[in-house]
Each structure stands twice: as C-alpha cells, then as structure tokens.
Design a protein around this ligand. Sequence first.
Ligand code: ZN
Length: 294
Amino acid sequence: MQLKYEKMDRNAPCWCGSGRKYKHCHEAFDEKIRTFELKGALVPDRSLIKTEKDMEGIRKSAVINIAVLDEVADRIRVGMTTQEIDDIVYNTTVKMGGIPADLHYEGYPKSVCTSINDQVCHGIPSDDIVLQDGDIINVDCSTILNGYFSDSSRMFCIGDVSPENRKLVEVTKECVDIGLEHVKPWTFLGDMGHAVHQHALDNGYTVVKEIGGHGCGLEFHEDPYVSYVSRPGTEMLMVPGMCFTIEPMVNMGSDEIFQDEDDGWGIYTADGKPSAQWEIQVLVTETGHELITY
Ligand SMILES: [Zn+2]
C-alpha cells in the first residue's frame, strides 16, 4: 500500500519549504499522521496543510470578507433588492483591494449568493427580488486577496420574522458553534459533522446531504468535502494547518432539495419549507482551532 506519509530522508530539506532539515521540522508531525494512516484513516494530502505564509494570506483575505458581511449587516432592510446587496458586496470588496470570489466562478454572474426562505443556497441577486417583511435570507460571500481565499455567510432576519423561522435561524447558528467546538487536531471531520447533525435533529430539523463545506484557502474549493450528516470516527483526520468551512444547510422540513432548472444555480427545499445556513471558515491549530471568518 502506498502511503501519503512515507518515511523521508531525515537530513533533506523539509517538504514545507521552511528550509530546515526534515528531522528538525515536520518529521514528528508526519510520524503522527502516518500512525493514523496505517490504521486506515483518511488523511489530508500535504497540499492541504497551510504554511505560516499561507495562513497569513488567508487571514488578510478574511479581514475583507468579514468587513463585507458587517457592511451588509448594517444596511440590509425591508424593501432592499438583492441586487443592492450584491452592489454592497462588490463595492466594499473592491474598495478594500479584494476580488469577490463568486464573480465569474464557473460562470456565476454575481458577486454574492442571496438565498431567501425556501431557497437553500446559490440564490442569484436580482433587481426583481425585493426583501419582504418576515423573510429570512442567507448572504454568502467569498473574497480573493493576493491569491488567498476566504468564505463565510450569515443569516439575516428581515423585519418581523415568525418565531418558527427565527428559531430555525438561531438553531442553525448553534449548529455551527457546536461544530467549531469539535474542531481539534487528531480527531475526525465526522466527529464534527455528527455533532452538527445531532443538534439539528434534536430540534426537529434535517440537514442537507448533497451539499456541504469544503477546504478553502489557496483555492476557493479544496478538499476535503465536509459533510454534516457524518458519523463519528469517519471522514478526514483533522491535522494542524488544515483550513475548511463549517456551513450546514438546515431545513425545517425534509432534507430533500432540487435545483432551479431555469437559472442553473438556485437550490430550493422540495417541500417549500424554509432553510437556513451560516458559514464560518476555520483553521485547525496545534491546540484546537482558529476562527478565520464569520
Ligand atoms: Zn517542515
């Protein structure tokens, strides 16, 4: 069996680019991963382990992403069109020196995704979509700065939102917070995903299976795929330097979804009931985690 973490020449320069000898740099780290790999665990490629330079670049990108969502939070209101949200995202991102990662991504026409009520994700902003009193909306934004990617999304309650819908929004935020608590090195993404799923189930909700989180940092979407319907002890081993998103889509009704065939992007709940999503980006550290975006 070919291991990703085969033994290396101990006196050779470390693979991480630090310039130090392997035995003084990542040897012990690699040994630890190898023990999991030998037991059959799914372990990350070295390309998914961020260097200090990468982490610095991702953090700077994240400063913009957070500021953009803060700006949306300040200005979002009843009667606003989702195109106006798109304008805020584009203008704030560019003013701060970044590029909206969504724009032109696989042909996507706008700078942000705005998904309202039964729209699960990937809603395209439009002059024709006006925020109504009682709507719940997810605003999902992503930034490129100097080649580094950041990504997060928040829910906003517009005007007078029903208690049922408000609870969905709040519980979904709790799911993300619980997921974050479960990000620690040498445990599994499945441990985290299971905890997220369980909190949704405990509140009578379901979690979308087909769409999940992703590695993020040097590219918009990197490995691993991050599921929130996973079992403990499964999925990829979390090791220091991995960076990924926690972004469960929590449905009030069934977990079934469908894609809008007209625009090719929008995802909706099959039963027409509301869905909520919050997204953070997190870095696995030696002792636990660092919150990168929110
Ligand atoms: Zn190294």
